[in-house]
Write a protein that binds this ligand. Structure first.
Ligand SMILES: *Cc1c(COP(=O)(O)O)cnc(C)c1O
Length: 356
């Protein structure tokens, strides 16, 4: 039996999208392909409220994170850490041999404009790595407010945002907020099978890339832009993913982007209310995620037994991430899941655990 996915990626994929994914293959150097890529890019631009370029990379999100570092950091990056996914930026920065300092807060806390300002004021930075939604703790960092502070006080600092588990579920205004790189894999709020990443890149970031001699090959923004101008890619893309993305963007625009964000918020609020009735929400309550709820296991339930029982009913949730295994559990409410789905999964948990 298929288990409906209430995990923070990959998320449940609708039959309609799976069908689109199975569209007969076309050559990627054809005009048909160019139209497809152009359509996908212009629709993703609407989602991000941007006029800037959007690249589609055949890769998981992590690849594009590495690309962002190699293209955008000439001096030193500030890595912000408030959980296990944001820690990845720092690992990537280090592995690229790029100078870095870290700003770390306890898991469950948020990165704030004040903290970033204090760290950047030491000087010497030309990039800031942010994670919009820390999937491991269910905390959403105030990227808009942080970016406003950075744009006002540190004009040379590029803002690189991992929006992997928020893009297409939460509003991101790339141009208005003054972001420089904002990336996501399609297996989270886009609700597509994993394997493709989307990435908006500002002209400021492109200028920086031009000044950096060794940007790597596959994720070289300058080389990718040359091809993107002809609606193409340097290497063979996952054409099937573009068929699916194009379809999904049509579905999203038909739902209405604002309605999509409102649906995510409504699912989050329902889940939080349910969690507070029986358990507790982890972390700073002012910054809870709209796409994944990290619920504290205050009743000491056996999370893997719960998931096994849910599996028999055709669903799957997530255990706590890393150090929170068994101490927390996560219910993702992202992608194409609906309020009905969330009511159903929480009712199943009530039933299994005998909660009233
Ligand atoms: C899932 C996730 C990643 C990793 O994405 P991949 O597509 O597996 O590379 C990175 N950051 C965040 C915040 C995530 O949720």
């Amino acid at each position: 039996m298929h288990k409906k996915l209430f995990i923070p990626g990959p998320t449940e994929v609708t039959d309609e999208i799976l069908q689109a994914m199975a569209t007969p293959m076309i050559g990627h150097r054809t005009s048909g392909y160019a139209t497809l890529q152009g359509d996908c890019e212009s629709k993703v631009k609407k989602l991000l409220f941007t006029q800037a370029r959007v690249f589609l990379f055949t890769s998981s999100s992590t690849g594009v994170m590495e690309g962002a570092i190699r293209n955008c950091v000439a001096k030193k990056a500030l890595s912000t850490i408030n959980g296990e996914f944001s820690r990845r930026w720092n690992e990537i920065v280090r592995s690229c041999g790029v100078q870095t300092e870290t700003l770390e807060v306890e898991a469950g806390q948020a990165i704030t404009p004040e903290l970033v300002d204090a760290a950047l004021s030491k000087g010497g930075f030309d990039a800031l790595c942010l994670t919009h939604n820390e999937t491991s703790t269910g905390i959403m960092n105030p990227v808009r407010e942080i970016a406003a502070m950075v744009r006002a006080k540190y004009p040379d600092v590029l803002i690189l945002v991992d929006a992997v588990s928020s893009m297409a579920g939460v509003e991101i205004r790339f141009d208005d907020w003054g972001l420089d790189v904002c990336l996501a894999g399609v297996q989270k709020c886009f609700a597509l099978p994993p394997g493709l990443a989307v990435c908006a890149v500002s002209s400021r970031a492109m200028e920086r890339a031009k000044s950096i001699p060794y940007r790597g090959y596959y994720f070289d923004f300058i080389e990718n832009e040359k091809f993107a101008q002809k609606n193409n890619t340097p290497a063979t893309p996952s054409v099937s993913h573009l068929f699916a993305l194009n379809k999904q963007m049509d579905c999203m625009l038909a739902e209405g982007i604002e309605n999509r964000f409102a649906r995510h918020l409504a699912m989050a609020e329902y889940t939080r209310a349910w969690a507070r009735k029986h358990f507790a929400m982890f972390g700073d309550q002012r910054y809870l995620s709209n796409t994944v709820s990290n619920i504290q296991n205050t009743r000491g339930i056996d999370v893997s037994a719960l998931n096994k029982a849910l599996g028999e009913r055709g669903a799957m949730i997530s255990d706590g991430y890393g150090p929170f295994k068994g101490k927390c559990f996560r219910i993702a409410h992202m992608g194409d899941l609906t309020m009905e789905d969330i009511k159903w999964i929480t009712a199943q948990i009530d039933d299994i655990l005998g909660l009233k």
